[in-house]
Design a protein around this ligand. Structure first.
Ligand SMILES: Cc1cc2nc3c(=O)[nH]c(=O)nc-3n(C[C@H](O)[C@H](O)[C@H](O)COP(=O)(O)O)c2cc1C
Length: 374
């Protein structure tokens, strides 16, 4: 019988589906709900030591709909990290572990560029019982002004230093969450792994401007008539997330074998999850998908992933992790492979012509090309 049970960095998950940091993990009540619905793990909304510095605005979401208006394909947010007091979070983490002793609870943390702050947040979260950490180096709006989030994640030198502070203090597994708002995502990823992080998560949201209201001429989401670039998520970002996951997984395979990868960005189904695992992920996270479809979407996702595994006779996700990575190469190599295949086909056609004289070589190539396109 195939199983979705997954072990990653010593954490035992009933399935690889993890709640991604954001509104679906914004307080104890919704985190408990996620565990009840069967999520493999929950990453809580990002927290910091001093929530009084975090001031959210409304509206903070803007959506891109399909042409018929029925479906959300892209989602922009200008939401910050949690504005709930740190002490309340510590109490909720403790109560969460009391209620769900086997549930894997991951704290998402973010701090300023100060060693004492990072050490304190790690130690206090561990004392509250969290099972692991995700370091948020990737929020694209609001926090970079305080040199937090993506501002750190875009600078491999600072990232390596901060990850080193965390690794010096943490006794539980640590994943660093990468920003996609860089040219080469391998560079900050490598820095985090060099500092000793157990794994990486990718991607956070993509810096974006959702659109302009053509009646008011104001950009959206409009806060008192003004806006600021936000973070883009949901189905529309999946191809970009897959590309970045592929680049990170290729780097991990070559330079840091054994380190883990948690993939996210537009995952809404078991088939989406299968694709991220085929590109090297150990686990997959869902954030906007839960906001769109509710916590119960984990059940059909598990069923679809199991059906995919059944079709290919895979017993565990680990058996197909990274399988599709082997099929990426350079464009020059694609040209070489195609010319070789055509030359081989031509040679085969010439043999046919020589034996029964029916087709010219070029005609045979045309015919077989047409067949292979069908
Ligand atoms: C409204 C909203 C709030 C978010 N807040 C956080 C956050 O606090 N910390 C974090 O690491 N990522 C946050 N994210 C990013 C998501 O965790 C995720 O990286 C991104 O949205 C892509 O995945 P998705 O398409 O499944 O949402 C947020 C995303 C959204 C849409």
């Amino acid at each position: 019988m195939p199983t979705l049970a997954t072990t990653v960095d010593g954490l035992s998950l009933p399935n690889p589906f993890v709640i991604g940091s954001g509104p679906p993990g914004t307080n104890l009540s919704v985190i408990n709900r996620a565990f009840r619905e069967g999520w493999g793990a929950v990453i809580a909304k990002t927290i910091s030591l001093d929530a009084s510095k975090v001031v959210n605005v409304t509206p903070r979401y803007a959506k891109l709909h399909s042409k018929d208006g029925k479906e959300v394909i892209g989602w922009e947010n200008i939401e910050l990290i949690s504005d709930r007091p740190f002490e309340i979070w510590m109490d909720e983490f403790r109560r969460c572990k009391d209620t769900n002793p086997k549930g894997v609870l991951i704290a998402s943390i973010m701090e300023e560029y100060r060693k004492d702050a990072w050490v304190e947040i790690v130690e206090r979260c561990e004392a509250a019982g969290v099972d692991a950490f995700e370091l948020n180096f990737s929020c694209p709006h609001g926090l970079p002004e305080r040199k937090m989030g993506a501002a750190m994640g875009q600078d491999p030198g600072i990232l390596e230093e901060v990850c080193g502070w965390v690794m010096g203090a943490a006794k539980r597994p640590v994943w660093a969450k990468m920003t996609p708002n860089v040219t080469h995502i391998e560079d900050p990823s490598r820095a985090a792994l060099k500092a000793g992080c157990h794994g990486l998560s990718a991607i956070n949201t993509i810096r974006s401007v959702m659109g302009i209201n053509l009646d008011t001429l104001r950009p959206e989401p409009s806060v008192e008539g003004w806006t600021t670039p936000g973070g883009y998520s949901s189905r529309a970002v999946k191809p970009i997330a897959l590309r970045m996951v592929m680049e990170i997984a290729t780097m991990i395979r070559k330079e840091f074998p054994g380190r883990s990868l948690s993939g996210l960005g537009g995952i809404e189904s078991g088939s989406d999850a299968a694709q991220f695992i085929l590109l090297g992920c150990d686990t997959v996270q869902v954030c906007t998908g839960v906001m769109k479809s509710g916590y119960e979407c984990v059940k059909p996702m598990c069923d679809e992933l199991l059906a995919f595994m059944g079709k290919h006779k895979f017993e565990t996700p680990a058996q197909f992790k990274g399988r599709s990575l082997d099929y990426f190469t350079t464009h020059a190599d694609l040209v070489r492979r195609q010319s070789e295949r055509k030359a081989a086909q031509k040679a085969a056609a010439r043999k046919v012509v020589a034996s029964d004289g029916e087709w010219s070589g070029d005609e045979f190539v045309k015919q077989s090309d047409a067949l292979s396109r069908e």
